[in-house]
Every structure is written in structure tokens, then in C-alpha cells.
Design a protein around this ligand. Structure first.
Ligand code: NAP
Length: 261
């Protein structure tokens, strides 16, 4: 029975990942700040056939992450997989740029992953095995309009995980970058603009898990949006990219109701 950590499991991709892995009878540690949601996910995991270890708290707090990892070690003696999924994102046009928005976004999307890397990597390296998958985004491939904080946080996460992957080559520890397009979740439910190739949550998660299990180091989906972002937008010269993004619908997103440090 594999032991897996899923951060940000109180809703969206994280919750669905917990349930899909619970159907295989895995041991699943789930984290998130909303205690009630976490209790509901833990119950759903148990109902689906898994063992649940709910850990309430924020990935942005290194001491809390350390306490959570200690609890996992006490219960299961370590982890086989760590899915670093917790993330936030509000839309903000640079005409009203705020460093506070950037900091809030990085605290979850970048430092949240970093705190968990620091906790789990030494034991995985010592064991000579383990898989760490970080949930980035196709939005991290180029700077999207009204998304400076979110796009740059995901670009930072991708580069961080890539460096970790090459450093850990030969240790037996696998590092996977996951870059989804649009998947139904609380995050995307706040988007008021059209989301091309939007996937059902269960479909997005099934694609993510299939990619991780296939041994890929970069898992991206759906293929239609990957094609546009990875093979067209990524290589466009700035002049063309700027002209093209001016044609994108003006991004509108309701603010995150759970926004807090
Ligand atoms: N849905 C998409 O289309 C899409 C596309 C690309 C990438 N992603 C990425 O996928 C991941 C999951 O997002 P989602 O779409 O499933 O959105 P979601 O439904 O809003 O889920 C986000 C999860 O992250 C948790 N979280 C946020 N800040 C946290 C913190 N400081 N500490 C602990 N947990 C925290 C939330 O839990 P609490 O509020 O309870 O703490 C929640 O469980 C994110 O990294 C997101 O950037 C999503």
C-alpha cells in the first residue's frame, strides 16, 4: 500500500486526486487550511477504500509543514509519493500592481512547495526512492495578461523542480512537473472568461496520475492547449506574443474568498 501526501486537498484537483488514489487502497495524507473541508475529504477517502491522515494547516508556514511531516513519519515512517498541489491565484493587472499579491501567491505556490521539498527530500534520498510531483501550470510557460503573480509563481516552481530533478539524478528520487491547462475546480470556478478545452476534474486528475505513473518528468494536458502553449506561444517573438495577447479576452476573475496569509 503506497503512502502519499497531497497538499491542497480540500477542493479541486487535490481532493479528486485523494479520492482516485483512495480507490487503490493507498495511505493518503491530505492537507489544507479549511478544517471542515479536510474532514469531509478524509471521510471520502476512507469511504473510497483508502487510509486518511488529515493535517490541517498552511503550506506557507515552514514549522507547520515540519509538524505535518513528523506526523506522517510517526504514522507511516515516510512517504512514497508527495504531490505538491496547494496553490492560489488571483487576477491582477499590472496597472494596479501589488507586491502583496505577489508575496501571497509565492507563499503558497513557491514556498509552499519549497517547505515540503525540504521536509521530504532527505528521507527519500536516504531511502533511494520516492516521487515528488509539483503542480505547476501551462500558465507558467509565458507571462499571461493580468497574471503576473500567478504566471511567474508557476514559472518559478517549474524551474525549481527542474533543478531539483537534475540534482537528484541517480538518487532514485523522481521529480515530476505537472502543468495542467484548465480543469474544473474552485480556482477556475471564479474565472469569468471562457476557458478553452476546460476538463472535468476527474478527467484532469486521471491524466495527471497517468502521466506520473508513466514515468514522465513533465506532464501536461490537455494536448490541444499544450500544443498551443508549448509549441506556439512559447517560441513566439515578443512582438508577435504581445500582439496576440492583446486579442485575448480581458481576464475577469472573482477574488479568492479564502484569501489570507
Ligand atoms: N484548475 C486548473 O485549471 C489549474 C490549472 C493549472 C494549475 N492548477 C494548479 O492546481 C493546483 C490546485 O488548484 P485547483 O485548481 O484544484 O484549485 P482549488 O480548488 O482552489 O484548490 C486549491 C487547494 O490549495 C489549497 N491551498 C491554497 N493555499 C494553501 C496554503 N497556503 N496552505 C495549504 N493549502 C493551500 C486549498 O486549500 P485551503 O483553502 O483549504 O487551504 C485548496 O485545497 C494549484 O496549484 C493550481 O495553481 C490548476
Amino acid at each position: 500500500m503506497k503512502r502519499v501526501l497531497i497538499t491542497g486537498a480540500t477542493s479541486g484537483l487535490g481532493r479528486e486526486t485523494a479520492i482516485q488514489l483512495a480507490r487503490r487502497g493507498w495511505k493518503i495524507a491530505v492537507t489544507g487550511r479549511r478544517a471542515e473541508n479536510l474532514a469531509e475529504v478524509a471521510a471520502a477517502v476512507r469511504k473510497a477504500g483508502g487510509e486518511a491522515l488529515p493535517l490541517v494547516g498552511s503550506v506557507s508556514d515552514p514549522e507547520e509543514v515540519r509538524r505535518h511531516y513528523d506526523a506522517i513519519k510517526a504514522a507511516w515512517d515516510g512517504l512514497d509519493w508527495a504531490i505538491l498541489n496547494a496553490g492560489v491565484g488571483d487576477s491582477e493587472n499590472a496597472r494596479s500592481f501589488s507586491a502583496a499579491n505577489l508575496r501571497w501567491t509565492y507563499e503558497a505556490n513557491v514556498f509552499g512547495a519549497a517547505h515540503w521539498l525540504e521536509a521530504v527530500l532527505p528521507d527519500m534520498i536516504a531511502a533511494g526512492s520516492g516521487t515528488v510531483a509539483g503542480v505547476g501550470s501551462l500558465a507558467g510557460i509565458r507571462g499571461l495578461p493580468a497574471s503576473g503573480a500567478y504566471s511567474s509563481s508557476k514559472a518559478a516552481l517549474h524551474a525549481l523542480l527542474e533543478s531539483v530533478r537534475v540534482d537528484l539524478k541517480g538518487t532514485g528520487v523522481r521529480v515530476v512537473i505537472v502543468a495542467p491547462g484548465f480543469v474544473k475546480s474552485e480556482l477556475t470556478s471564479r474565472n469569468e472568461t471562457k476557458m478553452p478545452f476546460l476538463l472535468e476534474t476527474s478527467d484532469g486528475v486521471a491524466r495527471m496520475l497517468a502521466g506520473i505513473e508513466a514515468g514522465k518528468s513533465f506532464v501536461h494536458f490537455p494536448w490541444q492547449l499544450s500544443l498551443v502553449v508549448l509549441y506556439v506561444l512559447r517560441f513566439l517573438p515578443n512582438r508577435l506574443y504581445d500582439a496576440m495577447t492583446a486579442l485575448f479576452p480581458k481576464r475577469k476573475k472573482k477574488p479568492d474568498p479564502n484569501r489570507r496569509p
